[in-house]
Write a protein that binds this ligand. Structure first.
Ligand SMILES: C[S@@+](CC[C@H](N)C(=O)[O-])C[C@H]1O[C@@H](n2cnc3c(N)ncnc32)[C@H](O)[C@@H]1O
Length: 304
């Protein structure tokens, strides 16, 4: 590059930055957080400084000091962080907790991986199974609160209906939240091309989520109902706990017979078992040594 061109590029840099839409989006985002949309400020750096200052002041009020190291994390704060970031914490109460595949646990002076849960295999399985769907396909995500899967599918170009009576705060122009149980959902004008049932039906009709439903086998009923909601030949992606059969107030665990009952009328295409062999390790085909296993199934609606 000639020196004249280099100088020209250098002088043009502020203009190019000013025109870059990402700069504008970032400024809007920061202003929204600061509540300072109406203030006139010269540069993005002032806004970033403000954000930083407010964050530090807030943390200082809670007893945090500049440069505080991990080894200063004490037991009460560790306990608070565990609660606040968990399924009962503030985010969860606000309906904004998304079950992480790898939750961490705070201890005095250290942070550890608590465990690796079944989402580590379930989510990639769903995306892999739906990879061949045409853009704009209609997908129903059953029991999809607490999950970012519906949002991912919408962002990938699909028309997603997420059915879950509990709050779902994520928004996208192609993501619709039907805040009801599956058995309360009206049949849409256009049937779905695919249904995602990720770690959901094992809870249906049981106490834990407090969303009601009188039929104690609302899990079986859900798969029957989905055969009416999914077009003939349409796809089902189902994941459920797999192992020695059981049922309690939280969930059911299915064995081969239970899974077959659930999948009546569906033509199975893929059926995998993944077992958790210790708190951090999931293995395809492994029997679960800890009572934690998962069945991953794709099937087609065989029609009537
Ligand atoms: C384990 S959670 C969320 C699973 C979610 N798909 C994920 O990937 O993390 C199960 C969800 O099923 C929802 N649920 C319970 N009964 C339901 C029903 N009859 N119809 C639809 N959703 C239901 C609960 O509200 C809860 O959000």
């Amino acid at each position: 590059m000639t020196p004249a061109r280099r100088i020209g590029r250098l002088l043009g840099w502020p203009l190019r930055r000013a025109l870059d839409p990402r700069v504008r989006w970032t400024v809007h985002e920061i202003d929204a957080r600061l509540g300072s949309e109406d203030l006139v400020r010269p540069t993005i750096h002032d806004r970033l400084d403000d954000l930083d200052r407010i964050g530090r002041e807030t943390l200082a009020a809670l007893g945090w000091r500049e440069g505080r190291a991990l080894d200063a994390l004490d037991a009460p704060r560790a306990a608070f962080l565990n609660w606040a970031s968990g399924p009962e914490g503030y985010a969860a109460q606000a309906g904004a907790w998304f079950n992480p595949p790898v939750p961490v646990e705070h201890h005095p002076g250290r942070v550890e991986i608590l465990l690796v849960n079944e989402r580590i295999v379930e989510q990639p399985f769903v995306f892999g199974a739906l990879a061949g769907l045409a853009e704009g396909a209609h997908v129903i995500d059953v029991g999809g609160s607490e999950s970012t899967v519906g949002l991912s599918l919408a962002a990938l170009g699909h028309e997603v209906t997420l059915v879950d009576p509990r709050a779902h705060p994520l928004a996208h122009p192609r993501l619709r939240h039907a805040a009801c149980r599956l058995d309360e959902l009206d049949t849409p004008a256009q049937l779905f091309d695919a249904a995602v049932v990720l770690s959901a039906v094992e809870h249906f009709g049981l106490e834990h989520y407090g969303v009601g439903g009188s039929d104690e086998r609302l899990d079986v009923a859900a798969l029957v109902r989905l055969r009416e909601l999914v077009a003939p030949g349409g796809q089902l992606v189902l994941t459920v706990p797999f192992g020695a059969p059981s049922v309690d107030a939280f969930q059911r665990v299915y064995d081969e017979a239970g899974l077959a009952e659930l999948l009546t009328g569906w033509r199975i295409e893929t059926s995998l078992r993944v077992g958790r062999t210790d708190r951090h390790t999931w293995e395809l085909g492994a029997p679960s040594r800890e009572g934690h296993g998962v069945a991953l199934v794709t099937a087609r609606n065989a029609g009537r």
